[in-house]
Design a protein around this ligand. Structure first.
Ligand code: PRX
Length: 650
């Protein structure tokens, strides 16, 4: 709550930097207001204009929005296009030799890849995939390190109409298998490994383990050799180099319908099973382009760097698709901010003359802790805009970012959005909107956001409520793969009048600025990554010694939230050295079941969990216990009050 309190008393305001506004696409509050008014006056006309301005269509659309099957909205129905053509081919006449990717590996070595080279490599891989029988609509899993080949793999799928699903390289073999099986993928594209902080991440080994455990749909595995350790299974695996060697460097693109799924991306919800969020091709590209142009104000001279992994939505909209569709030069980084030391980000900004930099509050907080002297060693004057995403940024970290990294010159774009929204929803247009530390400011033009109570009625200023989007927008989630009912139930609950329910609580201040307060469901935000508490609980109870488990979050200085697990073991409650050993066993177990990001920071053992008489676990009480407080207030519905003291360790 301390974060919320500090945010509530935050009243600093930073008007746009005039030098920035002078060259910005949207250069004043009046220009922003005009766009908002344009969208209000003619919603479909507004989006049609942007769709024509930003995206190259092979067949033009005539319908803008089709709401017949709401909430399964369809956009730009008759339009046909190809995402890889938008990201590559359309730039070739004017900038074939422009650098698309500056790829810095973990060890500091750098590769430059031009738009022409990107084109050729995407075409060769796309032809290779075709030679393996992959066709439009087939699902392909991508499990790669943060190297250009990850984006190349995504674009090669898009070229032939295959639907990719990128799985974050930090997820375990178990988590990978679940995603493979949910998509029914025929093919996996992976690497023998990746390098992070000087250590190899064995990706191929995880793929082998997943397939051994049962992935009946998988026919082939393409393996990019990154660390010189490729071990290929006869008949199933094929080396990337072998597959692409003899392939032509042109590949006719498949022009898909606007609604054709470009990708699936799994994210956590409040029930155990991750959701395969399905995005379209046309609508997704419209918002991805529009936000890179408006929020990041990317132009031809920029060197842009988003530090997100392609395994997350940020890596889709703000690494692979958006920036390439605008034809900019971007930095891609394989490693981690702390290796070889905490100056890595700043050194890279100096080295590559980065002008627009987009990262997460958790990284900002971790680097802030190292002090001002480290960034002071580097020349950061190339920077003109800073961005953040993933969780609310605390005003202290915002101010540090502004003062020490941005030299009080660079606007900060705090961008609120989600895997499901596909692109920024609420964020400052930096040449137009004054910023306040900790607020994502105002909805983008065309995004009709509001805060409502549980019946869908607007709440007053400074009152907390549900953040909703009242009208469909082009890059919105289309469905949950294989589960239309869950899609409708989760995002368009009946009582909310057809609004999109984001699952976040928020408030609006007297200036109409939005302040995100956190999730309303059982979803944790650990280092900007979404983790379902049920998902971690299911992993814990899958351990043979665990009878029951409940997971809650507690505030954490760097990660935002930390995972706390309350566990009831089969047999006696472990104590002393036995409990310590069990903690380590369970932490490793969760890492194996989901991935290291889900490891509980704190595990407490009890004879039982606090439950109501009807058997429901009282998470509210557990959240208090997690921060060391004996719950105040009403515990009369509790079946077993004595358990509270035991869990508190009193
Ligand atoms: O709770 C919000 C938080 O992250 C959630 C979305 O997570 P995910 O789908 O993994 O996407 C992360 C990257 C877009 C949201 O429901 N969140 C994201 N950005 C912000 C944020 N909370 C506050 N401020 C933000 N700028």
């Amino acid at each position: 709550m301390s974060n919320l309190e500090s945010i509530l008393t935050e009243n600093r305001i930073f008007p746009p930097n005039p030098a920035f506004s002078a060259r910005a696409r949207i250069d004043s509050k009046a220009a922003y207001d005009r766009l908002v008014a344009e969208a209000e006056a003619d919603y479909e006309g507004f989006w049609a204009r942007l769709a024509r301005e930003f995206v190259t269509w092979d067949t033009p659309f005539s319908t803008v929005l089709d709401a017949h099957r709401a909430p399964h909205y369809r956009w730009f129905t008759e339009g046909r296009l190809n995402a890889s053509v938008n990201c590559i081919d359309r730039h070739l006449p004017t900038k074939a030799n422009k650098i698309a990717l500056i790829a810095e590996a973990d060890d500091g070595s750098v590769r430059h890849i031009s738009y022409q080279q990107l084109h050729d490599q995407v075409a060769q891989l796309a032809n290779g995939l075709r030679s393996l029988g992959i066709a439009q609509g087939d699902r392909v899993i991508i499990y790669m390190p943060m190297i250009p080949e990850a984006s190349i793999a995504m674009l090669a799928c898009a070229r032939i109409g295959a639907i990719h699903s990128v799985v974050f390289g930090g997820f375990s073999a178990e988590a990978l298998r679940d995603r493979i099986n949910d998509t029914g993928a025929r093919l996996i594209i992976t690497a023998d490994g990746g390098m992070r902080g000087g250590r190899a991440v064995p990706l191929k080994a995880a793929v082998d383990k997943a397939i051994e455990a049962g992935c009946p749909s998988v026919e082939k595995v393409v393996v990019y050799e990154r660390i010189g350790n490729a071990c290929l299974t006869e008949g199933r695996d094929i080396a990337w180099a072998t597959l692409t060697a003899a392939q032509p460097s042109t590949c006719p693109p498949v022009m898909v319908e606007a609604e054709h799924p470009l990708f699936l991306l799994y994210t956590s919800g409040s029930t155990g099973k991750p959701k395969g969020v399905q995005h379209s091709t046309g609508g997704f590209l419209v918002n991805a382009c529009m936000t890179n142009a408006w929020v990041f104000d990317l132009t031809d001279d920029d060197v842009y760097w988003c530090t997100a992994d392609v395994g997350w939505i940020t890596g889709h909209s703000y690494v692979t698709y958006g920036p390439l569709a605008l034809g900019v030069t971007q930095v891609m980084f394989e490693g981690i901010p702390s290796y070889p030391d905490g100056g890595r980000f700043w050194q890279m900004i100096e080295r590559h003359k980065v002008s627009v930099f987009y990262t997460a509050p958790t990284a900002i907080r971790a680097l802030m802790k190292l002090g001002d002297a480290i960034p002071a060693q580097y020349d950061l004057t190339s920077l003109r805009l800073l961005g953040t995403v993933g969780e609310p940024i605390n005003p202290e970290a915002w101010m540090w970012y502004h003062r020490v990294i941005g030299a009080e010159r660079c606007p900060i774009a705090d961008t609120w959005w989600q895997t499901e929204t596909g692109a920024h929803m609420i964020a400052p247009l930096p040449g137009a909107i004054a910023t306040k530390p900790g607020s994502c400011t105002l909805p983008l033009p065309g995004i009709i956001a509001d805060i409502v109570d549980d019946e869908g009625n607007p709440v007053g200023h400074n009152q907390g409520g549900n953040l909703v989007i009242k009208k469909p927008w082009p890059s919105m989630i289309r469905t949950i793969w294989g589960d239309d009912a869950r899609f409708a139930r989760s995002y368009f609950p009946e009582k909310l009048k057809g609004y999109y329910l984001a699952g976040d609580s928020a408030r609006r201040d007297d200036d109409g600025y939005f302040w995100i307060m956190g999730r309303i469901d059982d979803v944790l935000n650990v280092s900007g990554h979404r983790l379902g508490t049920m998902e971690i609980e299911s992993a814990l109870v899958a351990h043979p010694k665990v009878a029951e488990a409940a997971v809650v979050g507690k505030p954490h200085e760097i990660k935002g939230e930390a995972v706390v697990a309350f566990v009831v073991c089969k047999g006696e409650r472990p104590q002393g050295a036995e409990a310590e050993a069990m903690v380590n066993t369970l932490r490793d177990w969760v890492a194996e079941q989901i991935g290291p990001i889900a490891k509980p920071d704190d595990i407490r053992f009890g004879d039982n969990l606090p439950k109501t008489r009807s058997g429901k676990i009282m998470r509210r009480l557990l959240r208090g216990i997690a921060i060391g407080e004996l719950p105040q207030g009403d515990v009369s519905t509790l079946e077993n009050p004595a358990i509270l003291e035991q869990l508190l360790g009193k």
